[in-house]
Write a protein that binds this ligand. Structure first.
Ligand code: ADP
Length: 294
């Protein structure tokens, strides 16, 4: 099972280039699509989900032309959009039953079994008769995953699912996804680096419509070994560091700024070389595009 995206481009009517010649190979398992807001993640996800057209390029899944054979794709697709809306007055079980009918599961006893099974899988069975409007953010997202899994999809797309979840809900949700990832292609878009670190054997970083990097997180991290330097500085000196060095990130710690710099050699004697993380990879790739030094 593999999804191959080739030379995919999209410019919106207002001139925004949301996808610029995107090439990606997405194998079975969890695939993290990491990028800041506005990077083009939703545009790419909606295009794969057959909900909008690209200007150029192709998407092929195991011989299926995704951009042309939309009905075939929809039979094997599960999609959890960023703005998944539910009827607040409907109970979870009734709503999921309704989605199952729409998905073509016509036999009522089969449907009952599937709906109950999915509610159990996402740990909402006990809450099945509660109104969706009373659900927490995490419960809504788990319900969203249950509806996305109707019909045993081979390709599951979840757009920014952990935004707004508290840590416990996020963990629960990510555990569910990784279970699903054992059997299908799951594409997870996120701006949260830890979502990818914790869970995705393969990933891509996307920024301003372009893929900056794709591959395995560990391989990406390895390419930054011996190149990430850390220093605690006075906050008001940050700008001069930024003018002098490739500062990839800074964090306030106890009234000071903790900066990370990308450099092949020690920037100055106050810096310590540190083991890179995926967050360093992410900020290094993005700031290569935006750094004052470029
Ligand atoms: P992300 O999901 O990474 O936040 P999007 O795909 O939503 O990114 O957006 C990518 C870019 O395209 C952004 O600059 C956004 O403002 C723009 N964009 C998204 N949808 C539309 C649209 N329907 N019309 C015009 N511009 C859009």
């Amino acid at each position: 099972m593999e999804l191959t995206i080739s030379n995919l481009s999209k410019t919106y009517a207002n001139g925004t280039q949301a996808m610029i010649n995107i090439n990606l190979n997405i194998p079975a398992g969890m695939f993290g699509l990491l990028g800041p807001n506005g990077a083009g993640k939703s545009t790419l996800m909606r295009t794969i989900a057959t909900l909008q057209e690209a200007d150029h390029g192709s998407i092929v899944m195991d011989g299926l032309d995704v951009l042309k054979e939309k009905d075939e794709v929809r039979k094997v697709l599960g999609y959890l959009p960023q703005d998944f809306g539910v009827y607040p007055k409907e109970s979870a079980i009734n709503m999921l039953n309704h989605f199952a009918v729409l998905k073509g599961i016509t036999n009522s006893s089969t449907r009952k079994e599937i709906v109950s099974g999915l509610l159990q899988f996402v740990n909402l069975y006990e809450d099945r008769n509660k109104k969706l409007g009373s659900f927490s953010g995490g419960m809504k997202q788990r319900f969203g995953i249950a509806q996305a899994l109707l019909g045993n999809p081979k390709l599951i797309i979840v757009d920014e699912p952990t935004a707004g979840l508290d840590p416990a809900e996020r963990n629960r949700f990510l555990n569910l996804l990784s279970e699903i990832g054992e059997k299908s292609i799951v594409i997870l878009s996120t701006h949260i680096v830890d979502d990818v670190t914790d869970l995705c054997p393969n990933m891509a970083i996307i920024f301003k419509g372009e893929v900056l990097l794709s591959g395995k997180p560990m391989d990406a991290i390895r390419t930054f070994e011996n190149k990430i330097w850390e220093k605690s500085i006075e906050k008001d000196t940050l700008e001069s560091y930024q003018n002098q060095y490739h500062v990839i990130s800074f964090k306030s710690v106890a009234g000071k700024s903790n900066i990370h710099v990308l450099s092949n050699t020690a920037p100055d004697e106050g810096f310590t070389m540190i083991a890179p993380t995926l967050e360093d990879v992410y900020f290094a790739e993005i700031t290569k595009k935006t750094s004052k030094l470029n």
